[in-house]
Write a protein that binds this ligand. Structure first.
Ligand code: FAD
Length: 448
């Protein structure tokens, strides 16, 4: 019997366990998880904190149900301290007692941790959001202390999701970001719509600025610009660090991004040890360079790749797009592939086209504006990335663009996509077709 030990039991760990079990009723599978919950919905936590998901149990998968459904042994509150590869043994601590378990196959999905710099004056009213324990702490603080004001540091997707949800609870929010605009995966001309929407909602937006220290028991925030913010609570969402220490100490190779290096079937340089999720680096579909993409879709896909490989099948892949989507108040923000700034930095030639369309026919009530931008290769016309922002239908358009990129379609192909017309859902020419026509003109001109 193959004995499989998995470190980390959430996004990647629980998924890979379930995927392996689908093909393989016989292997012994063990999950070892540092904290108290396995297979919980990280991505649902902001919406529990905002009050849209009212039942805490909905974001948590019961450990017993999971163990029983998949016939898996689970240790929670158990921290893996080191790995001895020669002995194929994992060492962990639970209730301050040391344990060890041997393996035939080891799978690492230790995720990443939220960055929380130890700034002068930082106090217990500064939070990060990564685990259910973090979520519970934030919820307890809000229900017990009734904060009236909050500062969110970092305008990435977690910061923006929490901005929306704290605002929803009637807390006046300030958002601080060190860049010239929020959401650095958007080009500035697209991000400006997001910045404007944030201000429209009464949020105090501090761009090109940085939190440097606190005073007044964590209630006064001092920014680099000299400005101060008063906030009853702070959410720090300035990024994550992959948890690579276990792998590094075991002599496993790290990649260029600092995350764990894996091959196309997710094996580390030790073929008995696989790794996945936020702790690993992948290849970018467009640039073919290494990239650290900390999102749920790659973790799920990688879990399938590992389970298939253990079952004797090699899944062919050609890289990650990093498609992501979130809601911010009335808008949906959806991004796939590369943007102009990233391509510029990499000296990859591209053309960019922007267009604004509508979610559906203007004559049918409720039509909403969509802002769209794509970047494409000036020679081949192939799509390299796109972003869509709007109150309605942005998800669908981004999904079409993401599919087009993976299908290696050109801007000309976008004009020929039959996406289904009825005034409730689209125009007879969909917003994606219109964008395609515009880009096609530009492409033709360059190649005349
Ligand atoms: P995790 O799910 O974090 O699991 C890693 C686990 O390993 C942790 O529970 C950790 O305790 C455990 N661990 C670490 N070290 C050890 C050790 N030494 N011993 C034992 N256990 C250990 N992605 C999206 O695509 N869409 C979204 O909408 C989205 N929303 C998100 C919202 C929030 C608030 C957060 C925090 C993340 C969100 N993500 C989203 C990202 C997504 O959740 C992650 O990409 C995914 O969970 C990665 O899975 P993972 O297994 O690598 O890490």
């Amino acid at each position: 019997v193959n004995k499989i030990v998995i470190v980390g039991g959430v996004g990647g760990g629980a998924t890979v366990a379930a995927q392996i079990r689908r093909n393989d009723p016989d292997s012994e599978i063990h999950i070892i998880e540092r904290y108290g919950y396995i297979s919980f919905a990280n991505c649902g936590m902001p919406y529990y904190l905002g009050g849209e998901i009212t039942d805490r149990k909905r974001v948590i998968y019961s450990e017993n149900d999971f163990a029983e459904k998949y016939n898996i042994s689970i240790e929670t509150y158990a921290e893996v301290t080191h790995i001895e590869r020669e002995k194929k043994t994992v060492f962990f601590e639970k209730n301050n007692k040391p344990y060890e378990i041997d393996y035939d196959t080891l799978i690492l999905s230790p995720g990443a941790r939220a960055i929380k710099p130890d700034l002068v004056g930082i106090a217990s009213n500064t939070f990060t959001l990564r685990t259910i324990e973090d979520m519970d702490q934030i919820e307890t603080f809000i229900s017990d202390e009734h904060p009236k004001t909050a500062a969110i540091i970092g305008g990435g997707f977690i910061g923006l999701e929490m901005l929306e949800n704290l605002h929803k609870r009637g807390i006046h929010c300030s958002l601080v970001d060190h860049s010239a605009h929020v959401m650095k995966r958007l080009d500035p001309d697209m991000a400006s719509h997001v910045d404007a929407h944030i201000k429209e909602k009464g949020v105090d937006l501090y761009l090109n600025d940085k939190l440097e220290s606190y005073s007044n028991n964590g209630a006064t925030l001092h920014l680099q610009s000299g400005k101060t913010i008063q906030a009853d609570m702070t959410l720090m969402a300035i990024g994550i660090t992959p948890n690579i220490e276990l792998a590094e100490n075991a002599g496993l190779e790290l990649g260029e991004t600092g995350a764990i290096k894996v091959n196309e079937v997710m094996q580390t340089n030790d073929p008995a040890i696989y790794a996945l999720g936020d702790a690993v680096e992948e290849v970018d579909f467009i640039t073919k360079k290494t990239a650290h993409v900390a999102l749920a879709w790659p973790a799920h896909r990688q879990a399938f790749v590992i389970a298939s490989h253990l079952n004797g099948e090699k899944i062919q892949r050609d890289g990650i797009l990093g498609s992501s989507i979130f809601r911010l108040f009335d808008l949906t923000v959806a991004i796939t592939g590369q943007n102009s700034s990233a391509l510029d930095e990499l000296n990859i030639p591209f053309e960019a086209v922007m267009s604004s369309g509508y979610s559906h026919a203007g004559y049918y009530p409720g039509s909403e504006k969509l802002w769209m931008k794509i970047v494409f290769d000036p020679n081949s016309g192939r799509l390299l990335g796109g972003s869509v922002i709007g109150a309605k239908g942005a998800d669908k358009r981004m999904a079409v663009l993401a599919t087009a990129i993976k299908g290696k379609l050109t801007v000309d192909d976008l004009t020929d996509l039959e996406l289904g017309y009825n005034p409730i859902y689209s125009g007879s020419k969909d917003a994606v077709n219109i964008l395609g026509y515009k880009a096609r003109e530009q492409w033709k001109k360059i190649n005349e």
